[in-house]
Design a protein around this ligand. Sequence first.
Ligand SMILES: [Zn+2]
Length: 274
Amino acid sequence: MPASPAERPSPLQILWTENPGAARAAQPTTPEEAIAVLNKGSHGFSRLGQEPLQLRVDREAFGYPPEDDPDGVLDQQPFAAVLSCSDARVPIELTLGCATNDLFVVRVAGNVPGSDCRGSMHYAASHLPSVRVFAVVGHSRCGANSAAVDAMLHPERYLEIASDAPLRGIIDSLLAGVHFAERALLHAHGPDAARSPDYRARLVTLTTFANTALTALVLEREIKRPCAFGVYKLATRTVGVRRAAGWMDGLAMAPKDDAELIALVTNSARSLSL
Ligand SMILES: [Zn+2]
């Protein structure tokens, strides 16, 4: 029997609209303002189904010459530069509620900080003065981080990728996060935690968190610009950070040093049940 209208979920709506005569919202002028815009956009995306997500369309971005711009070419004016995963379930502009020309985006499996990706961020830092903040956004159930965890738990699986140099490069760069996460989980829950049926899933969750925070730390040191980080949760469509008290919506600033990174991952481990 078909569901009655009352039982049917609301249709999801993402509305791309041009607002003739309305100026583009003022660009963020500080990292804090930029993060606030990203967090507001993420919150809007998480509410899909309860209310439509409204996104702005710039005429220039779609090839219509503006009346007040003689060359008719859109200037690139992103307010944030984001490194995120290639995963098809994480369309990063939408998940952050952003429109065209809002974000400078680099996507690569596992959001690993390879030289090409870091080079793109260097370009943004040196050539795009409108960028107020850099961000690294991982996501739950990440295949690349899962593969790195499995490479440690089941070394025979690592041998399967060992001869595939490009893929191996991605997995190798995520192994540091696996070791961070493993130590933190065992420190927080004791050595028997590794025998829990949930251990692998928790290890993937914490590995993704550790690698995302670690990459933000590395990027901030390299480009010497403020860098935030967060994890996109597929189940709730929110970007946030796991603290000792549990999940908190919103991006956080990158840890400043190794001690802060270790404390962050250790506290996050405590919030995971095993
Ligand atoms: Zn991924």
